[in-house]
Ligand binder design. Structure first.
Ligand code: FE2
Length: 257
């Protein structure tokens, strides 16, 4: 049986949250989506609150993944231990609150969602994400395994795609907020895209007010991140997964404005 799984790129700020709330459920209905994973680590710009995490779930996410800003709002740390559907990178140290891998029940089908963080130019202190993935895959079985690899370097994401090809159903990158045009099914059947893109203001620099970003590059003070008002986009990808093989048959990018 074929299942359509939606992965949504980093939701940025209140404009991104409002757009997600507006367009996610109609897209799920239109595309017959069975399971949805949303990256929410930028819901308050840097990090997210419990209220924002719950808004993402109420908007239609079955799982919410995070990244390098997992603890941007420290108030989230207690909630991370309580909410099974909210995942921080699994290869963070065991001293960090929360967990990074969870198995969800999709009408008798087990869907394992794994959140990993890259080390190249990002989380240098994290455990090796490649060997962390091996360890997590050895713990129990699931019909589908989905991986959000939150990483900066395209090389690290592509290498992870080959490393896990045929062992996970779908693997997508988040963090860089710009969608890549390389969605495909890898040779051994894993659906892949280097980056999903983002959910937030169209006229922005990765979701941030453009002139605030320009000022930073001119050498000025960065200040607290602001998100511009105006039209938004929701970017991501739909993976068609075959439950008999646990692998992917097609990948389609989405960009809802
Ligand atoms: Fe990030």
């Amino acid at each position: 049986m074929l299942y359509h799984i939606l992965a949504v790129g980093d939701v940025v700020g209140e404009p991104g949250l409002r757009h997600l709330e507006r367009v996610l459920r109609p897209l799920q209905k239109l595309k017959n989506i069975a399971f949805t994973v949303v990256n929410g680590e930028n819901a308050s710009g840097v990090g997210l609150t419990r209220d924002q995490a719950e808004r993402i779930r109420d908007a239609g996410a079955d799982a919410v993944t995070l990244g390098n800003h997992s603890f941007g709002k420290m108030q989230i740390k207690d909630f991370l231990d309580d909410a099974s559907w909210l995942l921080r990178p699994a290869n963070y140290t065991g001293r960090a609150p929360g967990h990074g891998c969870e198995i969800f029940d999709l009408g008798g089908i087990r869907v394992r969602v794994m959140n990993l963080i890259g080390r190249c130019d990002l989380a240098w202190g994290a455990d090796n994400p490649f060997t962390a993935a091996d360890r997590l895959l050895a713990q129990g079985t699931a019909e589908f395994t989905l991986v959000d690899f939150h990483a900066e370097a395209t090389s690290e994401k592509l290498a992870m795609g080959y490393y896990l090809d045929g062992r996970v159903s779908a693997l997508w990158g988040t963090h860089t907020h710009v969608p890549t045009a390389d969605e495909r099914v890898y040779p051994k059947g894993t659906g892949y895209i280097t980056d999903l893109g983002m959910t937030g203001p169209i006229e922005s620099v990765l979701g941030i007010e453009p002139w605030q970003s320009v000022e930073t590059f001119l050498g000025g003070l960065p200040g607290r991140y602001k998100q511009p008002e105006g039209p938004c986009k929701m970017q991501g990808a739909i993976f068609t997964l075959d439950s008999a093989a646990g692998l992917c048959t097609a990948v389609e990018r989405v960009d809802i404005r």
